[in-house]
Design a protein around this ligand. Structure first.
Ligand code: FEO
Length: 393
């Protein structure tokens, strides 16, 4: 697959990782891309690189356009190794190139990752770099999602190189949003936000405000397709997601031993649905935690269940709760349920975890012994209906 000119003189030279299915614990069912961009101006600039195993794929694309030795600057918007892993080899191929990175943690991060002892050009808020007819502007976006994170803006092209922000883990032969099913692009963008950026939601309005002052025709993230048809669409989505906007929707997450907790989950779902609430039901044995979090993103309620095992919850449920706690979902209500044999414990432990995650518990935990009876299942449905009433306010 060849390079793609995304604006006159600006070329995509990244790599496509069709087969990655686990990105540090995040399921990537559709693969991903590592986007890197070459700007051909009086100075030749490479914006970001690719994950280490894809170095030669990127180098081949760069060579279609220019001798890599002619590269003057390599901008590292973000130290994480999916974008910086090729830097050591790239600097050998481009020995004259000066590394450009954020003053805050960028330089320190690159030195600690790769042992670089070469001088670097460090940039901060308001810094710019003259490369000919273009003057590149750097905008730090600390903790979105690492302390070093920054974006690079080219006013000449009205183009934002947005690093991880606005990205999607989506491997495609096409490079632009308008060439791919928009529902797929938005679903992957939501999954990316929910699993990478959600913990930093409070910082996003400030970052969007800074970017709102820029005239942007194209957003080129480091993963997935480039937004050219309607960059405002993904900016609006980030604005809504970071504001914690929810729908009349509940996510039920559970595991089960002898099907008792599963029966309770179904009855709770029936109760919610009977009151007009959209329900998503996930058995953790068959579902992936990063997919579930994509649905938690806009859900008003998260309801979690487990059988009691050794006086506590199932390890699969504990793993999910640990993952969700780290992602810090905001503005949600929740409840816990489960089954037990002789001693309970799981539902109570879940309720405590949900509270510690910042989820408001709106119903006392519901737990039944052995196999739930018809009347106990009716109580589960009533539990679901009461939560539906709270969702609907
Ligand atoms: Fe795509 Fe934070 O790296």
């Amino acid at each position: 697959m060849s390079t793609v000119e995304i604006a006159p003189g600006v070329h995509w030279v990244g790599a496509i990782d069709w087969n990655i299915r686990n990105f540090h614990g995040y399921s990537t069912h559709r693969g991903t891309t590592y986007n890197a961009f070459l700007i051909m101006d009086e100075k030749v600039v490479l914006v970001d690189t690719v994950k280490h195993p894809f170095f030669y794929e990127m180098l081949g694309r760069i060579k279609e356009i220019v001798d890599p030795e002619k590269i003057d600057y390599i901008i590292s918007n973000h130290v994480e190794m999916d974008h910086s892993g090729s830097l050591p080899m790239m600097l050998k191929a481009a020995p004259r190139a000066e590394l450009v990175t954020s003053e805050k943690f960028g330089e320190a991060g690159l030195r600690k990752h790769f042992g670089f002892d070469r001088p670097m050009l460090t940039v901060k808020e308001g810094s710019s770099l003259d490369i000919g007819k273009r003057k590149l502007v750097f905008v730090p976006t600390p903790m979105l999602h690492w302390p070093d994170s920054m974006v690079t803006y080219s006013p000449h092209d009205e183009l934002l190189f947005s690093s991880d922000a606005f990205g999607q883990h989506l491997a495609t032969s096409e490079r632009f949003d308008d060439e791919v099913d928009p529902a797929v692009v938005m679903q992957e963008a939501a999954k990316y936000y929910a699993n990478i950026l959600m913990p930093f939601a409070h910082l996003i309005p400030g970052a969007l405000k800074k970017l709102g002052g820029l005239s942007i025709k194209i957003i080129a993230p480091d993963h997935g397709v480039i937004w050219r048809a309607d960059p405002g669409k993904i900016i609006s989505a980030y604005s809504e997601w970071s504001a914690g906007k929810t729908r009349k929707k509940a996510v039920i997450v559970f595991d089960t031993m002898w099907h008792s907790t599963a029966k309770m989950a179904s009855a709770i779902a029936d109760g919610l649905f009977s009151k007009g609430v959209e329900v998503k039901l996930y058995n953790l044995t068959a579902s992936d935690k990063s997919d579930i979090m994509t649905h938690v993103l806009d859900a008003a309620a998260v309801i979690v269940g487990s059988p009691t095992l050794n006086n506590g919850m199932f390890p699969s449920v504990a793993e999910f709760l640990c993952y969700m706690k780290g992602l810090k979902p905001k503005g949600k209500i929740g409840a816990a349920f489960g089954s037990y044999g002789w001693n309970g414990g799981a539902a109570k432990a879940i309720a405590q975890e949900l509270q510690q995650t910042g989820i408001e518990i709106v119903e006392p935990e519901l737990a039944f012994k052995w196999v739930p009876t018809e009347s106990e299942l009716a109580e589960c449905a009533a539990f679901g209906r009461r939560i539906a009433d709270k969702i609907k306010g």
